[in-house]
Design a protein around this ligand. Structure first.
Ligand SMILES: [Zn+2]
Length: 144
């Protein structure tokens, strides 16, 4: 997706409407137009990045810092908020629907009906040997 066909780039450029909550040189935050709960915000990099792998690490850090700040602000605001989910879907299989990196800040409360759905095997804990093998594979990938 190019910058010209990206809704979040359009919002960052002031070419598409959004209810902006925060902006700085690196990131921008605005209300999600399809909120899970009232107060649901998105924090996005000002410069287009389709996936996390395309995102400058410093901007990624900034994304999380601003997400933390906004989580506090949402808790202090008038919206119903007993907890907060910070959620970032990287890739279509992970649930990413807009292909410009975005961190969700979602106010949560008991009985709001939102949540993760776990697969049946989730209840069966893997053996340590299996966890160690996967860990070794990830460590090798880190060194690349
Ligand atoms: Zn974009």
């Amino acid at each position: 997706m190019t910058a010209t066909s990206c809704t979040f780039c359009d919002i960052a450029a002031g070419k598409a409407p959004a209810s902006i909550v925060y902006t700085d040189d690196g990131v921008l935050a605005f209300m999600d137009i399809q909120p899970v709960n009232p107060g649901h915000l998105l924090v996005v990099p000002q410069i287009h990045a389709t996936h996390l792998a395309d995102l400058d690490e410093e901007i990624g850090g900034r994304l999380f810092q601003v997400g933390m700040k906004l989580a506090q602000a949402v808790r202090r605001s008038s919206v119903r908020c007993e907890g907060v989910d910070l959620f970032l879907a990287d890739g279509e299989a992970a649930g990413q629907e807009v292909f410009h990196v975005h961190l969700h800040v979602i106010p949560r409360f008991r009985g709001d009906g939102f949540g993760f759905r776990f697969p049946p095997h989730y209840q069966r804990l893997p053996e340590r040997r299996s966890l160690d093998e996967v860990a070794a594979g990830v460590r090798r990938a880190l060194e690349r």
